[in-house]
Design a binder for this molecule. Structure first.
Ligand SMILES: *Cc1c(COP(=O)(O)O)cnc(C)c1O
Length: 386
C-alpha cells in the first residue's frame, strides 16, 4: 500500500500543488485543464473591493446573501460558512449531545467524512444506510442526515428523500440535507424540488460545486434552528467572512443552469468515446468517472496483477493525468479522506477549452504509464510524492 494515512494524502496534495505551480510558471494557466467541477471562482465586481472590510462588508453582503441564498435554497434564514464541512460540524455541535445517535441516508455509501468525524467529536454514535428498506431511527436519534448527491454524484431518488423526511417527522427528529452538489444536480437536472421545499429543516450546499463560486458552505433552514447553529459557528470561528460572502453573492447572481444542462448532454459523447478503451467507466450527471475499483478492473482485464490497492491506483492515475496532461482531477488535489474517484466534470469552466479527444488520449496514456510502474514502488512514490 502506497497511501497509508491521511498524512500521506496531505503530502500527495502538496506535491500536486507544486506540479500545478510549475505548469503555471512554465506554460501558463491556459495549459491547465481543471475538470474537477470545483470552481473556486472569484467573481467580485470592482465596486465590491472597497467593502471587503470586517463590518462594512458584513453589513452589505450578509444582507444580500439572505435574499439570494433563500432564492437558491428556500428556507427562512441563511448562514454562510467557510466550508460545507464547517456547516456540518457547526450543526452537529449545536444539535447533537454526547450519547445521541446520528443516522444518515445516502444513495450510495460512503458519506462525506465530515459527518462521521463530527459525530465522533461530540461522542455521538453514527449509522449510515444506502438501502431505503433498512433505514431506521432509534430512540436516541437526534439528527437525521440525507445526502442529496454523493461525492461521486450519485443522486438520491425523490421518493426515498420523501420517505426519510416522513419517518423523521413521525419521530420529531430534525433533518439536515447535505446538498453540496445536490442543490444544483437534483434540481436542475432531475427537476426535484429544493430540499427545504421537501420538508428538510436544514440544508447546506457548496458554492464551489457546479457553480462559479468560492469554496464555501451556504446553509439555509428554519429560523430557530439556524440561530442555534449560527451561535456555535461564531463561537468556533466557522462562519464566512465578508470577502467570502461577497464572492458567494456574485456567484449566485451569475448562476446559470444552462451550463449544467449542456454538460448533461455533452457527457454522452465523452462517455461513448472513453468506453472503447475503458469498459468500466461510468456516467455521472455532468461527466464521467472511474472509481478506484473500476480502475483495478481495467488492470485485471489487461491481465495486470498488482498488490496496489484500488485507492493507490486512483491516486497514481490522477497524478499522472496532472503531470503528463495538465488535467486536474480530485484525487490529486483533494482534501485528505475525500473520494479517490477520478471524475471528469464537463460543467467545469476549463471543459470548453479541451476536447473529448484530448481527454481520451490522456486517459489512455495515464493507464499505459500506470501499468508500466505498478511493480516499481520507487517510481510510484515519485509520482505521488516526488
Ligand atoms: C464536497 C462535499 C462536502 C464538503 O465540502 P467542503 O467544501 O470540502 O467542506 C460535503 N458533502 C458532500 C456530499 C460533498 O460532495
Amino acid at each position: 500500500m502506497l497511501v497509508n494515512s491521511l498524512f500521506d494524502e496531505v503530502n500527495r496534495r502538496e506535491n500536486a500543488l507544486k506540479i500545478i505551480k510549475t505548469i503555471l510558471k512554465t506554460q501558463g494557466r491556459t495549459k491547465i485543464f481543471d475538470l474537477t467541477g470545483l470552481a473556486g471562482g472569484f467573481p467580485i465586481l470592482s465596486e465590491d473591493k472597497d467593502l471587503l472590510e470586517t463590518y462594512a462588508g458584513s453589513a452589505v453582503f450578509e444582507d444580500a446573501i439572505q435574499t439570494l441564498g433563500k432564492t437558491h435554497l428556500g428556507g427562512e434564514k441563511i448562514l454562510a460558512l467557510n466550508r460545507t464541512s464547517s456547516g456540518i460540524f457547526a450543526a452537529i455541535i449545536a444539535l447533537v449531545n454526547e450519547g445521541d445517535e446520528i443516522v444518515h441516508y445516502l444513495p450510495k455509501i460512503p458519506s462525506h467524512p465530515s459527518i462521521p468525524r463530527s459525530a465522533e467529536l461530540v461522542s455521538a454514535t453514527y449509522k449510515e444506510f444506502e438501502d431505503i428498506n433498512k433505514f431506521k431511527v432509534g430512540k436516541n436519534t437526534s439528527l437525521v442526515f440525507i445526502t442529496g448527491s454523493t461525492m461521486d454524484h450519485d443522486v438520491i431518488a425523490m421518493e426515498d428523500f420523501l420517505k426519510i423526511i416522513e419517518i423523521s417527522k413521525t419521530h420529531n427528529i430534525p433533518v439536515f440535507v447535505d446538498d453540496a452538489s445536490g442543490a444544483r444536480l437534483r434540481t436542475i437536472i432531475y427537476k426535484q424540488p429544493r430540499a427545504m421545499d421537501m420538508g428538510a429543516d436544514i440544508v447546506i450546499t457548496s458554492t464551489d460545486k457546479l457553480m462559479g463560486g468560492p469554496r464555501g458552505g451556504l446553509m439555509s433552514g428554519k429560523s430557530d434552528i439556524i440561530k442555534q447553529i449560527k451561535l456555535k459557528a461564531h463561537q468556533f470561528g466557522l462562519e464566512a467572512q465578508s470577502p467570502l460572502i461577497a464572492r458567494m453573492v456574485r456567484a449566485l447572481e451569475n448562476l446559470n443552469p444552462e451550463i449544467i444542462l449542456q454538460a448533461f448532454i455533452n457527457k454522452n459523447d465523452l462517455y461513448t468515446a472513453l468506453k472503447n478503451d475503458f469498459k468500466h467507466i461510468k456516467e455521472t450527471p455532468t461527466g464521467v468517472m472511474l472509481s478506484p475499483e473500476s480502475l483495478k478492473l481495467e488492470l485485471k482485464d489487461r491481465d495486470i496483477k498488482t498488490d496496489l490497492t484500488p485507492n493507490d491506483l486512483a491516486f497514481l492515475f490522477s497524478m499522472l493525468l496532472l503531470k503528463n496532461n495538465c488535467i486536474i482531477t480530485v484525487p490529486a488535489v483533494g482534501m485528505p479522506g475525500a473520494s479517490a474517484t477520478i471524475r471528469i466534470d464537463l460543467a467545469s469552466k476549463d471543459a470548453e477549452r479541451t476536447t473529448n479527444q484530448y481527454i481520451v488520449q490522456s486517459f489512455s496514456e495515464a493507464l499505459k504509464e500506470l501499468i508500466n510502474i505498478t511493480d516499481n514502488v520507487n517510481a510510484c512514490n515519485m509520482v505521488l510524492y516526488n
